[in-house]
Every structure is written in structure tokens, then in C-alpha cells.
Design a protein around this ligand. Structure first.
Ligand code: ZN
Length: 355
């Protein structure tokens, strides 16, 4: 127990780590320019969970995110390409007004950028008032395949459980499931359940902590988890997840533990109501062993370089265990409970105005 108490969580260093991710990324991040919005999401949601959002300029970030929205053009011919892009790399004119959008042959939304863009706006306290919700839903609907999975972009890409999760987050945040054929998605998730009762990226693929989270969280957001899986199946799924704990959590059997799975598997166990039966002390000690004590942030392994993704999921993994000074997180939507509460109030408002 003495060890458990003595490892300290260096909150201020992590706040500065995320500030650097938002404003001064080193050159080695240049290849990630097209998905810059995801780095902004890790940083902003991380600062939110750290209770430190006051260090960012909310107004300019909100304007930047809106400038990444692909709005319908005057003739509405690009409706199936709407959503959010990851950065300004394609060079379309900067606009954060409500439209119409500028036509560009290669411009389209990306399902992960639409998800993280909407989440960032919520985290920053925006009311999504300038989001063209109908256009986002049209763009999303165009990404679903016959088998129920989703592409990331309209011209086609990999299609798997990651993008199913992004699609579910978009529907949940917009309070509109017309962009997804839920029955097809549910069938895809069922077909992706493996012989060992974990869930893979698709049918016949190896069970994986990341895809298991994506599937379970998507079903929770649909309110269908207990309809889709029987109590016996849920018990087997719990067992597969619980067995991923070594000290921290691994993503697959016989793989090394990795900080991010403290969230992927930890959050899944929380959604399955059994996270409290895992060993918090070992989990916490592992996460903190990957903390960079000099520059802040968390890495996947001890003595490795910290990065925005593992820093965010390390902090969320600690938050799931009730680490002092951290905001609680919504395990399915993967944002702070504070941000998900403001989403709930927004939905009540939208529903009132619809009736
Ligand atoms: Zn990882």
C-alpha cells in the first residue's frame, strides 16, 4: 500500500504537455497533419479531464474547428461528402460561417474528424449552433457499407469497428440515428464476436481490446447492449476483458501491456458493470510507470516517448479509478461527464424545439 500512495501524478506537467500539443507540435508530427483534429481532441479532452481548460483560448479554437466543417455547396451536390476535415491542408478558403461551402473535388469529411470535431466543440462549451446537423448525417449515411460497417471517407478506405464507433458517437451527439442503419451495424458487431467471446475489427478477425471497446460502447450509445447480447454472452465478454489485466491491461492475449488499454479495456469493463473487481493498485502503478516525469505525458511503455494518444488514455484510465483531481469520464462517449452533461441539456433543448 505504501507504494500505491507514493507514486505521484504530475498534473501540472500534463497540462503543459497538452498545451504544447495544441500550439507547438514538433516536426515529427508533420505526417499527422491530415488528422490534426484528433490531436486537438486528445489535448482538449485531456485538459478537460485535468480540470484545466482555462489555459486555452476557447474562442479561437471554436472558430478553427468550425473552419474545418464541410458545408453543403449552393447546389447541395456535395451532401454525401459533408462532415469535418482534419485540418486546413487541402487549402479551401477559410470560412467559419454557416455556408454555403466552397466546391472542391477532393474535399470531404472523415468520420473520425467529424466525431472528434463535434466532441471538441462540446468540450469547449459550444452549443453546436453552427453545425449543419442534417449535412453531417447525410455525409455519415453515405459511409455505411452493406455489411453494416463504415468507411472513413466517401471515396472508400478501410472499414472496421473503429469507424462504427465514430459513427455511433456522431449519431449520439447529434441525437439523430438516421445516418446509420442500426440493425445492419448490430449484425456487423455480432458477426465480429470471436470464438473466445472478445470482439474483433470484423468477422473472423482476432479479438482485440480496442475493437471490443468500440463495439460495446456503440451498443451502449444505441441503448441496445442488453438486447444484443444475452446475460451468458455478457458474462463471457466480461471474462475475456478481465483476463486482459496483467498489471496494466493488454489489448490481446500474449501481448505486452500498454497504457491505452487501461482505458479501452477499463472503460469496457465499466460499461459491463465489473470494472470495480479489477486490481486498481496494479493498474495505477503501471500507468504511472509510463509517466514522463520531465516533459509530462504518458507513453505506451515505461521509458518510451510520451505521445498525445497515450497521455489522454492514461489520464482517462486513471480517471476511471477515481484518481484525485481528475474529472470523471463518460465511459462510452469518451469525454468528461461535465461535457456529456452539457450535451444532455442541449438534446433536451433540441427536443423541446422539435415539438
Ligand atoms: Zn496503446
Amino acid at each position: 500500500m505504501a507504494d500505491f500512495e507514493s507514486v505521484d501524478f504530475l498534473r501540472e506537467r500534463h497540462v503543459r504537455f497538452f498545451q504544447r500539443c495544441l500550439y507547438v507540435l514538433p516536426e515529427r508530427y508533420a505526417p499527422y497533419e491530415t488528422s490534426r483534429l484528433t490531436i486537438a481532441f486528445f489535448s482538449l479532452s485531456g485538459l478537460d479531464v485535468l480540470g484545466a481548460l482555462d489555459v486555452v483560448d476557447r474562442h479561437s479554437l471554436i472558430e478553427w474547428i468550425y473552419s474545418l466543417q464541410i458545408l453543403p455547396t449552393a447546389d447541395q451536390s456535395n451532401l454525401q461528402r459533408c462532415g469535418f476535415r482534419g485540418s486546413s491542408h487541402i487549402g479551401v478558403p477559410y470560412s467559419s460561417s454557416k455556408g454555403p461551402g466552397a466546391p472542391h473535388p477532393y474535399d470531404s469529411g472523415h468520420v473520425t474528424m467529424t466525431y472528434t470535431g463535434l466532441a471538441c466543440l462540446l468540450i469547449l462549451g459550444d452549443d453546436l449552433g453552427r453545425v449543419d446537423r442534417a449535412a453531417c448525417v447525410s455525409g455519415l449515411r453515405a459511409l455505411q457499407l452493406e455489411d453494416g460497417s463504415f468507411y472513413a471517407v466517401p471515396e472508400g478506405s478501410e472499414n472496421d469497428m473503429r469507424f462504427v464507433y465514430c459513427a455511433a458517437c456522431i449519431c449520439f451527439m447529434l441525437d439523430d440515428w438516421s445516418g446509420m442503419d442500426r440493425q445492419k451495424t448490430i449484425d456487423y458487431i455480432r458477426r465480429s464476436t470471436s470464438f473466445d467471446f472478445g470482439i474483433g475489427q470484423g468477422a473472423g478477425l482476432e479479438s482485440h481490446g480496442g475493437s471490443t471497446f468500440c463495439a460495446v460502447a456503440s451498443l451502449c450509445m444505441m441503448g441496445k447492449l442488453r438486447e444484443v447480447f444475452s446475460e451468458r454472452e455478457l458474462g463471457r465478454l466480461r471474462r475475456w476483458c478481465v483476463l486482459r489485466q496483467q498489471n496494466g491491461f493488454q489489448g490481446r492475449p500474449n501481448k505486452p501491456v500498454d497504457t491505452c488499454y487501461s482505458f479501452w479495456v477499463g472503460a469496457t469493463l465499466q460499461l459491463l458493470d465489473v470494472f470495480q473487481y479489477t486490481n486498481f493498485e496494479k493498474n495505477r502503478n503501471y500507468i504511472l510507470s509510463t509517466q514522463d516525469r520531465l516533459v509530462g505525458g504518458f507513453a505506451k511503455w515505461p521509458d518510451s516517448h510520451p505521445d498525445p494518444l497515450h497521455t489522454y488514455f492514461g489520464i482517462c484510465g486513471l480517471s476511471l479509478m477515481g484518481e484525485a483531481g481528475l474529472q470523471p469520464v463518460h465511459a462510452a462517449l469518451n469525454i468528461s461527464l461535465r461535457a456529456s452533461d452539457s450535451l444532455r441539456r442541449l438534446h433536451e433543448c433540441w427536443r423541446r424545439s422539435r415539438t
